[in-house]
Design a protein around this ligand. Structure first.
Ligand SMILES: Nc1ncnc2c1ncn2[C@@H]1O[C@H](COP(=O)(O)OP(=O)(O)O)[C@@H](O)[C@H]1O
Ligand SMILES: [Mg+2]
Length: 663
């Protein structure tokens, strides 16, 4: 029993820490001397647990052995790319660790015991101990240096490198990836603790590789003393690879059974702390419903835990029994018999044999843990790798012909579908330099999609889009996109200053003037000037307590100001006034049209009154143009446009009869 306890106590220490953390061995009973590095194990476990929580779900997509190996090699290469020092240092630590282990149990103890056995002089023993102490002392010095200097610094380098690579990739992939939940999941999983897992792989990878020759040496040393004693190794093998493995599987099953409950827990806690639900929560009894959801989920989780509790308990028991009890007690029993009864081995051999057996057991446990971790991380690396190796279909940095200004843009029989359903069908139109074009139509008609195609966020499924008579795919993508300044319907405001939000990283000579003019045109200058730091006020309170909080309409105006500020020949506004009041909307369109004197303009609106002054109006329905012409022509045609216009005007003017609308 005492041994068993020792075993269990030791195992967490050794598991991850191996030799390097064994400290300076002080005696044959390593149980007490080893494993000072509990903290390390803890942190590894924490990482492991975190990855287990999230990562276990992923291990549903099982990998073959070859894939696992290849993924781990990929991770090693990635680590080597950013910090060769860490990879080398980890290798040295691992070798030192196993050296200590093998040397201590295989040579040191043996030598001391033999010296004692043969009545060697105290001085000769002392000399040997002195050398050994110096060696262990130096190794320990190196380990502490590596742990406290090399790893922390190199980890930061690794983080920086990997994140830069991930961000660069994320920026370069086409928009479609963001709308594909699988891809998005892979990205979030890839980015979730990437560095931590790669560091873990580096250590585990070397750990496993170095453990093989080390195990070989210890095995040989034992075999040398007693051919049969090595059979005891079968016991920890069974303990680890059979019971340990089943335990892992059952824990995974329990985890899976708790996934739905945990999801509910996450959802409820999110609703409790995010502001989204705070207002409703205070005005209704929805809190009681949430609490009920939460309690039900807890009950479900408890049931799942109970269901697997017995299996886990007995598997743990058998794992420990086979891994520690049988081998420790067994070897002692066997060796004692041979020493005391059959008198076939000496007392010193008995001591060495037990010592070697202890080392062997720990090495097997460690190697097993290394394998398990490498397999687990292999799945994670798979996500990272899929993401990093993804071949962009429309890479942001795609080179090509440099466009020479803007003369015309033409959609020629363009069809496009996001998934199965066709969103844009057989669409043809042409915009010439200086045109003021409006795309109108009901929600979902495909207006925004046209803009996304025009900006090459997506490529058409068939048909082509031409700039100045040449397919837009042939142009340098960045240069092509520079021709357009766009206010998106779902724009983003960044946690940066107002000025930066307007200029968006571009630099001009007369920046301040440009920003002021753009803000004035967008109708937001007054508001910005009332802020404590004017255009330098930071948006949102994320980083700055004094950050500005705008209303929806004010945000929209800021987004519009961006388009005014960007010096591009074509300006695109996608529903720029949807959050504005009628007067602000009127002013905005007046200003937008002013811009139209010098630029080509495309704007989208479902409020037809605002497109009255456009040269060309394209009325869209189900992804294709159903009517085209000037406002006047379309009204006179009495078609769909005219009907929609009259409907809106009736609402707006609060009149009952169509005749009352003045066209
Ligand atoms: N990322 C997307 N994935 C799948 N379908 C989409 C996506 N974006 C838009 N759609 C669909 O395409 C159609 C046209 O959308 P959109 O171009 O945004 O319409 P509009 O701007 O005219 O309101 C809609 O039916 C919409 O549901
Ligand atoms: Mg839209």
């Amino acid at each position: 029993m005492a041994k068993e306890e020792k075993g269990t106590k030791k195992s967490p220490d050794k598991g991850t820490t191996k030799g390097p953390d064994k400290g300076t061995p002080k005696g044959p009973d390593k149980g007490t001397t080893k494993g000072p590095d509990k903290g390390k194990k803890k942190s590894a476990d924490k990482g492991g647990k975190k990855s287990a929580d999230k990562g276990k779900k992923k291990s549903a997509d099982k990998l073959s052995f070859a894939q696992t190996v290849s993924n781990n090699v990929f991770a090693m290469k990635l680590a080597g790319k950013y910090t060769r020092l860490m990879v080398v240092a980890a290798f040295i630590s691992t070798v030192f660790g196993y050296f200590e282990w093998v040397f201590f149990d295989g040579v040191f103890i043996r030598k001391i015991v033999q010296a004692l056995d043969s009545n060697a002089s105290f001085r000769s023993v002392l000399g040997f101990i002195g050398i050994m102490t110096a060696v262990f002392f130096l190794i320990e010095l190196y380990n502490k240096y590596a742990d406290n200097v090399i790893y922390p610094l190199e980890t930061i380098k690794l983080y920086g490198g990997i994140y830069k690579q991930l961000f660069a990739k994320a920026k370069n992939v086409e928009l479609k990836c963001y709308e594909d939940p699988d891809f998005y999941d892979k990205y979030t999983m890839a980015i979730d603790g990437a560095e931590e897992k790669i560091c873990a792989i580096v250590k585990r990878f070397w750990g496993f590789l170095v453990s093989l020759p080390a195990l070989g040496v210890v095995f040989y040393l034992m075999y040398d003393i007693d051919h049969y004693a090595v059979l005891f190794i079968i016991s920890p093998l069974i303990g680890n690879f059979i019971f340990g493995n089943y335990k892992r599987i059952y824990e995974y099953k329990r985890y899976q059974a708790q996934v739905p409950g945990n999801k509910v827990h996450n959802y409820v806690s999110r609703m409790m702390y995010l502001p989204d639900g705070a207002k409703e929560m205070r005005l209704s009894n929805v809190f009681a419903l949430l609490r009920k959801q939460y309690s039900e989920a807890t009950e479900k989780n408890v049931r799942a835990a109970v269901k697997y509790a017995f299996a886990n308990c007995s598997l743990s028991f058998w794992r420990i029994t086979f891994t520690f009890t049988i081998i420790f007690e067994g070897v002692l029993f066997y060796a004692s018999y041979r020493t005391l009864v059959s008198k076939t081995i000496s007392l010193s051999q008995l001591a060495i044999m037990t010592s070697l057996m202890v080392a062997m057991t720990w090495m097997l446990i460690t190697a097993f843990e290394d394998i398990v971790e490498l397999m687990k991380n292999g799945v994670f690396i798979n996500n990272l790798r899929t993401f990093l190796e993804y071949e962009e279909q429309i890479p942001q940095d795609q080179g090509g012909v440099m466009p020479e200004g803007f003369e015309s843009l033409e959609f020629r029989n363009v069809c496009f579908s996001y998934k199965d359903e066709e969103t844009i069908r057989d669409l043809s139109f042409k915009i010439d330099n200086g045109d003021i074009v409006a795309l109108v139509g009901h929600n979902g008609a495909g207006k925004t999609t046209i803009i996304k195609l025009l900006l090459r966020f997506y490529d058409p499924t068939s048909g082509e889009i031409l700039l100045n008579g040449r397919n837009i795919k042939e142009y340098d993508l960045r240069a092509y996109r520079r021709l357009f300044a766009t206010t998106f319907q779902d724009f983003a405001i960044f946690a940066m200053s107002v000025k930066e939000n307007v200029l968006m990283g571009r630099h001009y000579e007369n920046e301040d003037e440009i920003v002021h003019r753009a803000l004035r045109r967008a109708g937001i200058l007054e508001k910005v000037e009332s802020l404590p730091k004017g255009v330098d006020t930071v948006m949102t309170k994320e980083f700055d307590k004094e950050g500005a909080v705008f209303s929806g309409g004010q945000h929209q105006k800021l987004a519009v100001a961006r388009t005014f500020a960007k010096e591009s020949p074509v300006k695109i506004f996608d529903e720029p006034s949807s959050a504005l009041d009628p007067i602000a909307e009127y002013d905005l369109f007046k200003n937008i049209l002013k811009e139209g004197r010098t630029h080509t303009m495309v704007f989208i609106s479902h409020r037809l009154s605002s497109v009255k002054n456009c040269d060309k109006v394209f009325m869209l329905e189900k992804g294709t143009i159903v009517e085209r012409g000037s406002h006047r022509e379309l009204i006179d045609a009495h078609g769909k446009y005219a009907k929609m216009y009259i409907r809106q005007a009736m609402n707006y003017l609060a009149v009952e009869k169509e005749e009352e609308v003045i066209l």
